[in-house]
Design a protein around this ligand. Sequence first.
Ligand code: GDP
Ligand code: GDP
Length: 454
Amino acid sequence: DEDISLLSGEFEDGFDNAPQEALPVLAIIGRPNVGKSTLVNRILGRREAVVEDKPGVTRDRVSYPAEWAGRDFTLVDTGGWEADVLGIDARVAEQAELAIQLADAILFVVDATVGATATDEQVVRLIRKSKKPVVLCANKVDSQRQELEASELWGLGLGEPYPVSALHGRGTGDLLEAAMKILPEKSEHGVARPTGPRRIALVGRPNVGKSSLLNKVAREQRVVVDEFAGTTRDPVDELIELKGRQWIFVDTAGIRRRVHQTKGADFYASLRTRAAIEKSEVAVVLLDASTTLTEQDQRVVSQVIDSGRAVVIAFNKWDLMDEDRRPFLEREIEKDLKQMTWAPRVNVSARTGWHVEKLVPALERALESWDTRIPTGRLNSFLGELVAANPHPVRSGKQPRILFATQASTRPPRFVIFATGFIEAGYRRFIERRLREEFGFEGSPIELSVRVRE
Ligand code: GDP
Ligand code: GDP
């Protein structure tokens, strides 16, 4: 699949050549049999795109590159997921919820010959709650005679129902035109890897060596002064070229302006750290290798963990490291950094410049992981085998079954697992560990959530 290249581990060069904005995502939602697949085929203009919708069979592709009136976008079709014995309503709501999460705009399909059902109403509530833009498609209006039926769908409160026959193509032009109007130019959810300079936050407690490292990096490399096209950059950020690639170091003004240890300095340091992390894509957590990790270090680590950003750990002041301390440091790392075992580690000396050049490859690795998307088909074949070989333990005679999983987003990768019951923490950790073994994710947190179908 198109995304597998991201997993190969090799870093593509020419990363920041042609701008490659994430395409906006239009999600098609609606009950089974309202005509979603038919409409998808109509929009894509090709028949073979959609896999036959067999009960119990999961479609391995849910998103398609699409184009309408010269605009490129991603079309997400959530239909066709596993049909099982559970209530159809719950299933539709689940699918709708996920699709809404993934979407920049929604195309809601209702069967006009049936009219709005209770399930449709339920989905409308979800759409409203999301506050995302929506276009209402009244499908199966094969003739003008049936348009009256379509107009009854005004009652859903989603605005004008567009009468359409997905089967014959009737009205699809107007529908798509309306959809293009509500689809934002830029995606909040698109999967494309952003191009241009990536944003780095250099974080760590006072005196750990942030300004020294920044100076080292900036002195040895060229500080780029001119504005980079298409990027917003605060005056407090610095654009620095490292190894032929530009990076934005965010919030560096605070680092350069030395903060003295005064009352409240701690509080402000922590606020500044938070702000910098928020603006960044990847955080370099700077720690002092020559001394024991402090509570303040721990706080920075927690802040970074909570942010969901990609992470590189840099142990600074390595020039002061004496070999006797080495085993102690390893033990401290095991104990104090166990939340970040997946983060790449570099040992550096900001004073001498030793190993500073190792920072960039580690940052690239972490960001690549952060951007990774595992195609649904691949994810499920992996999970299927894993679960078959290592089933969830039986508790009080019950054993939850994992039905299906999907990656809901990237940056960081978030996975949603649908299961028939509560999945215990130990088993979740097991899945996460195996996901990492299989797909890497070095330098990126991954999130795993479970939806239980009652
Ligand atoms: P999905 O489950 O929502 O993806 O629905 P499908 O696209 O599989 O369509 C369900 C059934 O409705 C199929 O038999 C389609 O041929 C039929 N259908 C879809 N669109 C139309 C339409 O515009 N008019 C009519 N008459 N039938 C349609
Ligand atoms: P910041 O508060 O995190 O920005 O830390 P600074 O960069 O101001 O560094 C605090 C002190 O540690 C200064 O005296 C630096 O010279 C010293 N320092 C920073 N990096 C290193 C290093 O790699 N080795 C040694 N020996 N000292 C360092």
